[in-house]
Design a protein around this ligand. Structure first.
Ligand SMILES: *Cc1c(COP(=O)(O)O)cnc(C)c1O
Length: 384
């Protein structure tokens, strides 16, 4: 049998559309060639308009973790108090990043599969004065979505001086958020909901966040210092670190695709696809890793129904049937698998994914009727 590459259904990277690949394959020109300068400036304007940012958007070569570092080190100085909320692996990573920076650090950690609540954060912010609050919108290790809209409302109403930093790596291009909700720093990267290859970090910063950095003295970070990049993001003829020319073209194409679909339509589609996947896999006997009200539109955890499915063997079987799914981390390791369902995915991809999972179940001796999960998926797709 000719197999080809499996579908990339891990929670990043996500499938990359042909037209985006074409941009990465273009002949590279200089970052100060007028043609590229014009493309980059137009992209920056689009990124600000789409996510309603009246501050500055930074588009910098690096991964999401770099964007996390850039997101916090510019809005809180050493010894300032920072509160970091963690809903799992990536929230814990943000705690680790902050712990190295000499902040007066406080944390709230939710149990795996749950979220830190608006009330818990309100209590903590009421008890002590904080400069910045860090939350993860969608925690990729559990598939939990934090109630970002309500969290933002509460902070703007009751703690207006606190700068709100959001890890939106698994939400940009998949779940709704807008900077004008009152977010100060939102960060993401290229290989998740935007559907590009890994390589770009993106940080939207509010005018308040920019003012905060400008009012601080020298920070110990250099490459990710807002002050170094502000001139470039205002006029892309300027130079700090060489922009990732082809990746920026790829991002411009990804944004063209998003504008064509409509950002709101796109986030609605993600919720429908996520619900369809949950329906079809629960019909096969897998259980959703989190309760319905917390389930994210971009990534899902599913637990194995019984011991007849052994984690590594099962995921290898799914890979053999044509879909690459992710293992679980932390408290969930070995108990289930993760599926990334974000970006430029289509019903055809969903059908292939569920079909591969069904065949892997049969090959691993887990007695399902092939087609029973697909039947649920088909119904859900027809209802969209
Ligand atoms: C993937 C991810 C990251 C890390 O991004 P990298 O590109 O792997 O550095 C951080 N936060 C969340 C929520 C993620 O999903």
């Amino acid at each position: 049998m000719i197999k080809g590459n499996p579908l990339v259904m891990v929670p990043g990277p996500t499938p990359v559309a042909r037209s985006i690949q074409d941009q990465m394959g273009r002949e590279t020109i200089s970052f100060n060639d007028a043609r590229f300068v014009a493309d980059f400036n137009a992209l920056i304007a689009d990124m600000k308009a789409l996510w309603r940012c009246d501050g500055i958007v930074f588009i910098v070569a690096g991964s999401g973790t770099m964007a996390m570092e850039m997101g916090i080190c510019n809005v809180a100085a050493r010894d300032e108090s920072v509160l970091v909320c963690s809903n799992g692996h990536f929230g814990d990573r943000y705690i680790d990043i902050c712990a190295r920076k000499g902040f007066d650090l406080d944390t709230i950690k939710a149990p795996w599969g749950k979220t830190v609540t608006v009330d818990e954060v309100d209590k903590k912010l009421s008890a002590k004065k904080f400069s910045a609050l860090v939350v993860t919108h969608i925690e990729t290790s559990t598939g939990v979505e934090l109630p970002l809209r309500e969290m933002t409302k509460m902070i703007r109403e009751k703690h207006p001086d606190v700068l709100l930093v959001v890890d939106g790596v698994a939400s940009a291009g998949a779940a709704e958020f807008y900077m004008d909700w009152g977010i100060d720093v939102m960060l993401t990267c290229s290989q998740k909901g935007l559907g590009i290859s890994p390589g770009l970090g993106i940080i939207w910063a509010s005018p308040r966040a920019i003012a905060k950095r400008q009012g601080m003295s020298e920070i110990s970070e250099s490459y990710v210092d807002f002050v170094k990049w502000i001139p470039v993001m205002k006029d892309t003829m300027k130079y700090w670190g060489t922009p990732s020319v082809n990746m920026i073209w790829a991002l411009a194409e990804a944004i063209r695709i998003i504008k064509e679909e409509g950002l709101e339509e796109r986030t609605k589609r993600h919720r429908l696809y996520a619900a369809a996947i949950r329906k079809s896999l629960t019909a096969l006997g897998f259980s959703a890793g989190v309760e319905e009200s917390l389930a994210s539109p971009s990534v899902s955890v599913f637990f194995y129904p019984d011991a007849s499915l052994e984690d590594e063997k099962f995921r290898a079987a799914v890979y053999g049937e044509g879909a690459h799914i992710g293992g679980c981390l932390g408290d969930f390791a070995g108990k289930g698998f993760r599926i990334g369902h974000m970006g430029n995915i289509t019903p055809a991809i969903l059908v292939t994914l569920v079909a591969a999972i069904e065949r892997a179940c049969v090959r691993c001796g887990y007695g399902i009727t092939p087609g029973s999960g697909l039947a649920e998926l088909q119904k859900a797709i027809l209802d969209m």
